[in-house]
Write a protein that binds this ligand. Structure first.
Ligand code: ADP
Ligand code: F6P
Length: 325
């Protein structure tokens, strides 16, 4: 077996948490131990690096976490890390604690931090962990499948009561600036209209008229899914009620979408990505983002990854227009 390029690897979770982060931590820790590399966990993202909140990880420290939501290492947003002073403290902590490589699990903000650390001599590998699925180089980010299924289950419940009362449910879902969650969950829930930031909309044409057309075929309850990037669900519900005569209620799903036990897909992808990240650092390769494309795990230069773009599948959007009326 090739000699390890690093003796000790650190792992942290940063930014918004996502179901499956624990499975990724487990993958990193167990892959390190398998390869004879020491592993330390850094708590509360880059804040823990700055303050030295670092603990030794062994096989047992990640037992029975593959099924748990949240992150056992906790997560944080760290404004201090973005300052040169904070960055220097983080580098010093790595040097003092013998951390020769770092696995950063988070979104693109966290990737920028990993890039900056790599540039200053601490090799980092980033793993995409966010429910938003909004990382340009990846078809898939850890947490997305769980969040999508949570939304589906929640909207199914909302639909039960909307149906009992002949109402229209207007539901706002997360996704930050991206419409992946709204689009996929909207299709899975049979939403009459889905409003996402990637597709310009006309409320009259895309919501009111679609509802009126459907009313002619005796449909009396409706689900409208709205991305948080569009928002305004309370006003939308009022307008629907006054223009269609259908009583309407707005719901903002909120942080329920970020919690819960990860689905099989999230546990599997997270395990694969954690394992892959350690393989890179073991070989002395840093400044990489682990990604999934066409079901394969690969990696990209962080600089390159941060410039890559992907977007929602507009054919899926069009399909929903055709079949949800
Ligand atoms: P996410 O990783 O989910 O996108 P944030 O954008 O909040 O979440 O980023 C998480 C943390 O990553 C920030 O609190 C900060 O410490 C670090 N970070 C974000 N952007 C940068 C940047 N441009 N340069 C260095 N570090 C950054
Ligand atoms: O990035 C994940 C996410 O849940 C977004 O969908 C949402 O816009 C944001 O984080 C919410 O952040 P906070 O946890 O700070 O409310």
């Amino acid at each position: 077996m090739m000699e390890n390029a690093v003796k000790r690897i650190g792992v942290l979770t940063s930014g918004g948490d996502a179901p499956g982060m624990n499975a990724a931590i487990r993958g990193v820790v167990r892959a390190c131990l398998y390869r004879g590399i020491e592993c330390v966990g850094i708590r509360r993202g880059y804040n823990g690096l700055i303050s030295g909140d670092i603990l030794r990880m062994d096989a047992n420290s990640v037992s029975h976490i593959i099924n748990r939501g949240g992150t056992i290492l906790y997560s944080a947003r760290s404004p201090r890390f973005k300052t040169e002073e904070g960055m220097q403290d983080a580098i010093k902590a790595c040097k003092d604690r013998g951390i020769e490589g770092l696995v950063v699990i988070g979104g693109d903000g966290s990737f920028r931090g990993a890039r900056d650390l790599s540039l200053r001599g601490i090799p980092c590998v980033a793993i995409p962990g966010t429910i938003d699925n909004d990382i340009g180089c990846c078809d898939y980010t850890i947490g997305y499948d769980t969040a999508m299924n949570t939304i589906m289950q929640m909207v199914d419940r909302i639909r039960d009561t909307a149906e009992s009362h002949d109402r229209c449910a207007v539901v706002e879902v997360m996704g930050r600036g991206a419409g992946y969650l709204a689009l996929s969950a909207g299709i899975a829930c049979g939403a009459t209209s889905i409003l996402i930031p990637e597709v310009p909309y006309d409320f009259e044409r895309d919501v009111i008229e679609r509802m009126k057309r459907t009313q002619k075929s005796n449909k009396v309850h409706f689900v409208i899914l709205v991305s948080e990037a569009i928002g305004g669900v309370e006003d939308m519900a009022k307008r629907i009620q006054s223009e269609t005569g259908v009583e309407a209620r707005a719901t903002i799903l909120g942080h329920v979408q970020r919690g819960g036990s990860p689905t099989a897909k999230d546990r599997i992808v997270a395990s694969q990505m954690g394992y892959h990240a350690v393989q890179l650092l073991k070989e002395g390769i840093g400044n990489r983002v682990v990604a999934m494309q066409k079901e394969k795990i690969l990696d990209f230069d962080i600089f390159e990854a941060l410039t890559m773009k992907n977007s929602v599948d507009l054919d899926m959007y069009k399909m929903n227009l055709d079949i949800s009326i």
